[in-house]
Ligand binder design. Structure first.
Ligand code: TMP
Length: 216
């Protein structure tokens, strides 16, 4: 019998190293013989990836309203939850999700100025209330994150570039909004200093999983 599924999300601003962290943690967890599903938002299913492409590069360079942004990421999330996340959890898999609803709270809510009640209603509607068991917030100095972004290859497939190019003040507000969210939802969040070397990051994450679940 597989153990219970676990839903773990990974959040943070641009350039904090979420994808490397997610894949390194997955490799470590798979060594225990677990089924681990790594996925990301927006995206994670063929249709959700189509929506990501619209979100990332709207046709004709048309500006997306903040409401449209919130609806697009929510539509992608509804597909992702129904077709990937819930089935994986039902099989007893551990799901590592690079961004989830907290990204909507921060990008479209806190920074995009959409009201909390609307954002929370959208999140409930699109996820049916599915909330991560634990969320890692990768946090680092904005200057370091921007340095990493500058080294990223341009136009990488599926890359959402709009926010990468934003000004430093945007990245600072992003960082503060995430830390505030973590303070308010303290039970679910584990804040990890993202400037640690990759193996130290994974070790810190495994310790947090052991504390939370007792069996990582
Ligand atoms: P990333 O995969 O490189 O982190 O890019 C995803 C981008 O999409 C990032 O700029 C954050 C943005 N995003 C939102 O604005 N709202 C959301 O709900 C999600 C999941 C992502």
């Amino acid at each position: 019998m597989p153990g219970p599924g676990r839903f773990i999300s990974i959040e943070g601003g641009e350039g904090v190293g979420k994808s490397l962290f997610t894949s390194s943690l997955a490799t470590r967890l798979k060594r225990e013989g677990r089924e681990v599903v790594t996925t990301r938002e927006p995206g994670g299913t063929p249709v959700a990836d189509q929506i990501r492409a619209v979100f990332s590069a709207p046709a004709g360079g048309e500006r997306l309203t903040m409401e449209a942004e919130a609806l697009l990421v929510s539509a992608a999330r509804a597909q992702h939850v129904a077709h990937v996340i819930r089935p994986a959890l039902a099989r007893g898999a551990w799901v590592l999700c690079d961004r989830y609803a907290d990204s909507t709270r921060v990008y479209q809510g806190a920074l995009g100025d959409l009201g909390v009640a609307d954002v929370e209603a959208l999140i409930r509607f699109s996820t049916g209330g599915l909330t991560p068991d634990l969320t890692f917030l990768l946090d680092c100095d904005v200057a370091l994150a921007r340095e990493r972004l500058a080294r990223r290859p341009g136009d990488a497939a599926g890359q959402v570039a709009r926010y990468d190019q934003a000004q430093g003040v945007f990245h600072q507000r992003l960082r503060e909004a995430y830390l505030e969210l973590a303070r308010r939802g303290a039970g679910r969040f584990r804040v990890i200093a993202a400037d640690l070397p990759a193996d130290a990051l994974v070790a810190a994450a495994v310790r947090a999983l052991e504390e939370r679940f007792g069996d990582a």
